[in-house]
Write a protein that binds this ligand. Sequence first.
Ligand SMILES: Cc1ncc(COP(=O)(O)O)c(C=O)c1O
Length: 429
Amino acid sequence: MDKSKNFFEEALKLFPGGVNSPARALKPYPFFIEKADGSKLYSVDGKGYIDYCLGFGPLILGHRNREVLNAVTEQLERDWLYGAPYEAEIKLAKKIMRYFSTVEMIRFVNSGTEATMNAVRVARGYTNRSKVIKFEGNYHGSHDNVLIKAGSSALTFGMPTSEGILKDIAAHTLVAPYNDLEKTEAIAKKYRGNLAAVIVEPIAVNMGLVLPEKEFLKGLREICDKYDALLIFDEVVTGFRLTLGGAQDYYGVKADLTTLGKIIGGGFPIGAFGGRREYMEKVAPLGKVHNAGTFNAHPISMAAGLKTIEVLEETNALKKASRVAEEIAKDMKETAECCKINVEIHQIASMYQVFFSRKEIKNYHDVNAANKEMYQRYHQMMMDEEVYMAPSQFETCFTSSAHSDEDVNKTIEALDDVLRKMSGGSSEN
Ligand SMILES: Cc1ncc(COP(=O)(O)O)c(C=O)c1O
């Protein structure tokens, strides 16, 4: 019996579903980690997986990057918690503002969830309005305001995705289909005068990888201007991954409020929300929108984040990570074509994902219609080859500057093998 299975049996008695976050619940049981280094995750069962999950996004430089390690060790040796201000938080804030011109003031928190929760609160506090539009299939963390999906009733009230969320709370979150400006505007119009904000993943990475159509983000900006609502870009994943300046820089669309996380903490817990001074001046203790946290702007996260961004500035790490994703996506496309498997492959910068689908994938509905059983089979077969792709169709694969040519070659070989084997089964996907 392997060690992971033994650990999982123990974990099942201790944690709901045996895990501390649902995305970790691989079937039939997750592999338990012995250690991680560079591009690899090593399991307690003696396997070494090439990791394309990278902690679900933060590790743009790979695991245990030496420069980040040194920065963190230095900070640890000094001390690790103050409950008082210090210089590194100013340095990280300035670093972020250098690339995000719309962020004039910022607050550091501990997770992306906290970041979006507070951004929505600021928008409501500033506008004195209650309604927020989000997009079907976009994930902004696990708080009540955004954990809402649309049923067929996209133009009416949201339906809570989770039990325990009050209908009264869900009723203030309106859900529109991603990439659909017409429906978004219809909702904005219906709630004219009571729309506080539109929150969006500028590139959707939590329903696989779905890119915004050409005019989508610009159109959202226009809708927000027209209906006097704030535009919140959730750049928890895209910030410092797509480009240093995230999606706002890449697509040339300015948000009113921005949320960040993941990479800006270099692999340690972090989140941040920021924006124009007039909105952020609403935040306590300056204003009356409350936010506080024992661990806000934690010294270890500041040290790791600062060093990570410095490395990104001083090296070609972003380019290197992107090249890895490009090569994998290109090979997958060619092999799938060759094997006559219907796939749609999306890739941008250091992110990619495959959908077993004949149809173009533009929104949650399309993702849901893709063959998810085939995806699970592909994932399991890649695991057998010691390549750890995103564990669900609703996640995205990430690459890092730590992935070597050897990793890419091994991944491509495994992909070729797996897709060929899959084509031996049904290609009617
Ligand atoms: C776009 C986006 N926003 C927010 C979050 C929530 O971040 P966290 O898990 O740090 O709370 C995530 C998490 O994956 C995310 O992908």
